[in-house]
Ligand binder design. Structure first.
Ligand code: CAA
Length: 240
């Protein structure tokens, strides 16, 4: 059945593909973003998907934003916690700022957004919460102690939430991408990119649509008995 879905970081990269896949499934989709307006505005005019701007790492902004979306679009029934950033550095060079920025966007935002929708979902007796982790939260990655900590945190958070929501019709699941063809990869040097591809048995990066397909599957009404799981999309690079 058609639902109301919200995707954080939903106008670019993996998030944009997720927003479009959920729309193609017949859901009403809202994409939340921060930063420059140009790309999100183009995304909105090309896809017809509503965009809202707020910092998901900011608790007050989330409360106000969720209230606005609920009033203007409807109660959020599918939440996709997708927003994520990297601030890569080996730990001996990592600053507190690099640590905190990644915590805020990758982990606190997930708390803020999920906290904001969980009570209405419990009252409605239906909810789908899908959070995007990473292969590097499962296996660790040189230069990503901050990022890997948040992505492992996404998995622990989701398992706990699955237990809490199961009797209320709410499922919580993780989609864990490997290396996907997005702008995030453009921060890496050619040498590092070549070494990453060499480690992927599929011999290529994943595509954003291949991640979105998993979210679409888990968001469906029919996926009600899939709860607390982590679905890896990594070209067989890491088999957890
Ligand atoms: N394993 C072991 N040693 C490594 C290494 C690795 N993967 N990478 C670098 N080193 C070693 C280097 O050989 C070097 O050794 P020496 O000092 O003996 O010469 C030392 O560590 C320092 O390396 P760098 O010069 O590269 O250090 P830096 O401080 O300039 O850069 C870094 C560090 C920014 C973390 C850089 O190595 C890097 O960008 N690594 C890749 C991180 C990565 O994979 N990020 C993923 C981004 S995509 C993403 O996150 C999406 C997702 O979910 C999958």
């Amino acid at each position: 059945m058609a639902r109301t879905a919200l995707v954080t970081g939903g106008t670019q990269g993996i998030g944009a593909a997720i927003s479009m896949a959920l729309k193609a499934d017949g859901h009403t989709v809202v994409a939340v973003y921060i930063g420059d307006d140009k790309v999100p505005e183009t995304f909105k005019s090309e896809t017809g998907i509503a965009i809202y701007k707020w910092d998901a790492g900011d608790s007050d902004a989330c409360q106000k934003g969720i209230a606005k979306v609920t009033a203007e679009v409807g109660a959020i029934e599918i939440l996709v916690n997708n927003a994520g950033i990297t601030r890569d550095a080996p730990l001996h060079k990592m600053t507190l700022e690099q640590w905190q920025e990644v915590m805020s966007t990758n982990l606190t935002a997930m708390f803020n957004m999920t906290r904001g929708v969980i009570e209405p979902m419990r009252k409605q007796g239906f909810g789908r919460i899908i959070s995007i982790a990473s292969i590097n939260g499962q296996k660790g990655q040189f230069g990503q102690a901050n990022y890997a900590a948040t992505k492992a945190g996404v998995i622990g958070f989701t398992k706990s939430l699955a237990l809490e929501g199961a009797r209320k019709g709410i499922t919580a699941n993780v989609v864990s991408p490997g290396y996907i063809n997005t702008d995030m990869m453009k921060t890496l040097s050619e040498e590092i990119m070549a070494s990453i591809i060499a480690q992927i048995p599929a011999g290529r990066l994943g595509e954003t649509d291949e991640v979105a397909r998993c979210v679409s599957f888990l968001a469906a009404d029919e996926a009600g008995f899939i709860n607390g799981t982590t679905l890896s999309v990594n070209g067989a690079q890491y088999l957890a």
